[in-house]
Ligand binder design. Structure first.
Ligand SMILES: [Fe+2]
Ligand SMILES: [Fe+2]
Length: 297
């Protein structure tokens, strides 16, 4: 396994791809963008609101420590994750503005996330920042795997632009899924309990922030108009959050490394491989219709 072969392992060859998505092209301007599973699109929209502010937090925290890393490969990977997350942040902050048109509550949640991460950037110690980022990135990577492997279930029939946004994001989250872990190990190897505590803390934060947005969004979309629909919406939230937590269990092992995560080790996702190859050939991946996605896998 080397960094020179781009497709040997899903985490090889981290590439910064400066895509910008045009949300004015979203079909009917409807934020419930997955017809395969509308609740999935509401959940992932809700989860995504605070994410760009975490991504900015990561960019600033990693820029501050990059020059203290005396390992050329890791330093290069840190530069790559900074580049990827900076572009994610830009696109997701714009997506929040799109969501605000339908859900006015998003404006306050967006501001809340911005304030939270800016405060933490100022007040937290380096260990707190690196630990939190390693914990949080566990779930962006696992979420990436869950979404890519369940592609048909989640978004086989979906709006092309929003689906493309999430494909891009999840492919890249998997690609750089080991970097934050490696940075934590570089500085704090041996602090295993702190690493584990940060996993619990970050998942709690993700789940709570998602709920704060998921509830008003489901309400707006009429899910609380009947007990049956409400149970379905709450059930989806509980089940997806549980999937994230369950997939994180191996992360608590002392021997864990993202590259050898037991369920995903060396397993290549066909869509992700096809996506990366298509990008390297210069194809436009910002507006993928069903046919274009089929061609990827
Ligand atoms: Fe990201
Ligand atoms: Fe990430």
């Amino acid at each position: 396994m080397t960094h020179s072969d781009p497709f040997t392992h899903p985490m090889d060859n981290i590439e910064v791809r400066p895509l910008r998505f045009d949300y004015t092209k979203i079909e009917m301007q409807d934020p419930v963008w997955s017809r395969s599973n509308p609740l999935f699109s509401i959940y992932i929209n809700a989860l995504g609101i605070h994410v760009p502010y975490f991504e900015r937090f990561l960019v600033m925290a990693f820029r501050a420590v990059r020059d203290n890393i005396d390992n050329e490969i890791l330093r290069k990977d840190v530069t790559s994750i900074i580049g990827q997350e900076a572009h994610h942040g830009r696109n997701f902050i714009e997506f929040n503005k799109f969501l605000m048109q339908r859900y006015p509550e998003v404006e306050a949640l967006d501001q809340r996330a911005k304030t939270y991460f800016e405060t933490r950037l100022q007040k937290d110690s380096q260990k707190q920042k690196i630990g939190y980022i390693a914990g949080y990135e566990t779930f962006t990577y696992l979420g990436g795997m869950i979404i890519l492997e369940g592609y048909d279930k989640w978004m086989k029939e979906a709006d092309p632009v929003t689906r493309s946004l999430w494909l891009w994001h999840q492919v890249e989250e998997v690609e750089h899924g080991a970097v934050a872990f490696d940075v934590y190990q570089y500085f704090y190897a041996g602090n295993e309990w702190y690493r584990k505590w940060m996993i619990v803390k970050s998942l709690s934060h993700i789940a709570y922030e998602t709920w704060l947005a998921y509830f008003p969004m489901c309400k707006k979309e009429g899910y609380f108009s009947s007990p049956f629909k409400a149970a379905k919406a709450i059930g989806f939230y509980v089940n997806f959050s549980y999937q994230l937590a369950k997939n994180a269990l191996p992360v608590f092992s002392k021997k864990y490394h993202p590259r050898t995560h037991q369920e995903h080790s060396f397993k290549q996702n066909e869509i992700a491989v096809g996506w990366r190859k298509a990008y390297s050939k210069g194809e436009d991946l910002r507006d993928l219709n069903n046919h274009a996605v089929e061609k990827l896998s």
